[in-house]
Design a protein around this ligand. Sequence first.
Ligand code: SAM
Length: 217
Amino acid sequence: MRDFSIARRRMVERQVISRGISDKRVIDAMLTVPRHKFVEEALEAQAYQDAPLPIGEKQTISQPYMVAVMSEALVLEGTETVLEVGTGSGYQAAVLALIADRVFSVERIPALARRARKVLDGCGFSKVNIRVADGTLGWRDMSPFDAIVVTAGAPEVPQDYLNQLAIGGRLVIPVGSRNDQILMRITRTGKQEYKEEKLLGCRFVPLIGNHGWQVEA
Ligand code: SAM
């Protein structure tokens, strides 16, 4: 079995820390999670590269830097309940499991959810809860969430996410067209008050569902 620890350290130093990520808990989590286990075996050697990679079903595992930016933007201390929309490979969920208390992750494609479940269990992340459903509706039974992270691009912010956010909670979501989005952080500052911040430009696969894009292009 190949040892990827040097590749992982290099990824974190060159793609994460040198680009300004300073949250030590995010950095430690990315040094810990074996990213190569979350991609197909044939792509293992590319897992630590500075790029997203295909995971099947026309979906991707996000670029390491993007995982770091989104995780840091959630401002987690370890006590939080977090919702992730778009389980994909399960990699972001594993990072979240190390920096938050409870993680709920929704995926619309059953085959991806099954594979993510297997990999997460194999890596010791059984505490991540995965559900196959339309994540544009959030996960109402488990709300409120201290943080919600959406790892697919939305045409607009689904109202359910705003409703399911705890007061003080943070929603990190790419919003824009099918091809280009802006990563937004929305903080619920009061019962009806929200603060919006634009973080950076990004490019995600589409969020497909009731309150997302209607069909795959
Ligand atoms: N977080 C993932 C990871 O760490 O590998 C990357 C996710 S990938 C960029 C986006 C994922 O969002 C895909 O797996 C896609 O099937 C999923 N997705 C798209 N629309 C969705 C929806 N309405 N509900 C749940 N998942 C959705």
